[in-house]
Design a protein. Sequence first.
Length: 349
Amino acid sequence: MENSSYAFVIPAYNPDEHLLEVVQNILKESSYPIFIIDDGSTEESQRIFSQLRELNEPRITLLAHAVNLGKGAALKTVFNYILVNYPAMKGVVTLDSDGQHSIKDCLRILEELKQNPKAFVLGYRTFSKEIPLKSYVGNTISKWIYKLILGYNFKDTQTGLRGLSRSFMKRCLTIPSNRFEFETEQLAIAVNRHLPIVEIPIETIYIEQNRATTFRPLVDSFRIYFVLFRYGLTSIITAVVDFLVFLLSIALGANIFWANMAARTVSIGVQYTLLDRYVFYSNARWISFVLFALYVYFMGAVSAITQESLVHNLNFPIIAAKVLVEGVLFFVNFAFLRLYIFTTKSRKR
């Protein structure tokens, strides 16, 4: 096992017999090791883990959390264990414990990762109206939101069948999220770091209408979408600071141009800190701050000139002109910052 370059990782919370079937099929169809983590399962589920131990299979490594910490925390625990104890391990394939991923597809993801060792490999399902309604609606809405916020059209945003390189595993350890939103963070990081993303069609399997899933539609969807909307929340906070300084400057007699420049000067530190620490996770260097400042002032000048044109040529109210122009620039700014400013993702905590 020490010489194996790849492995399967299975987080499990209150699993049933499907986990046993998954493990036995992997053992039968491949020679790869399997890392399983019990994420604080109840006493009723311990018999499943006991049966796994009774297999006395050297390819199986069982880890455990004393309490339930979430899927993200479980994956991070396994990633860290592998990175520390298996320096020759090049990558892993994560899959769910409920039998919704066929072994054939798991092996296809692993082989693709071997062929593209730097890629982030995703198994995507083909969604039809025959699948559970909450899964169909959830994925449809998620795809639209991810495309809007991240600028990438993922075919399946909620798949648990993923291939990760060793370097990407390390990066995942710095993700602060610990539950289902952890997988959303993975997608965002992959896009922001310009990782090769390979999506492979896989079989769509729902057992008993996905009854065994631990996904909580309301709570976990909120967590996931909060990750995606952090940029929006950051922009709202920055906009409040910007508007207050802008209004104060206008009240003190400044014209539109210099009021915008004053607002940008005050809000620039707030926005940069929030974007760097809570949105893009870049731990960016001083040169990035300089570029960010130059960009902000340039866009501030563009915004101010456009606002002045609306006010003087089209008789727009000052506040309405600012709201309109800044609203349009919101999407331009996000795309530019994501692609050209916050591109080095090596966050340290």
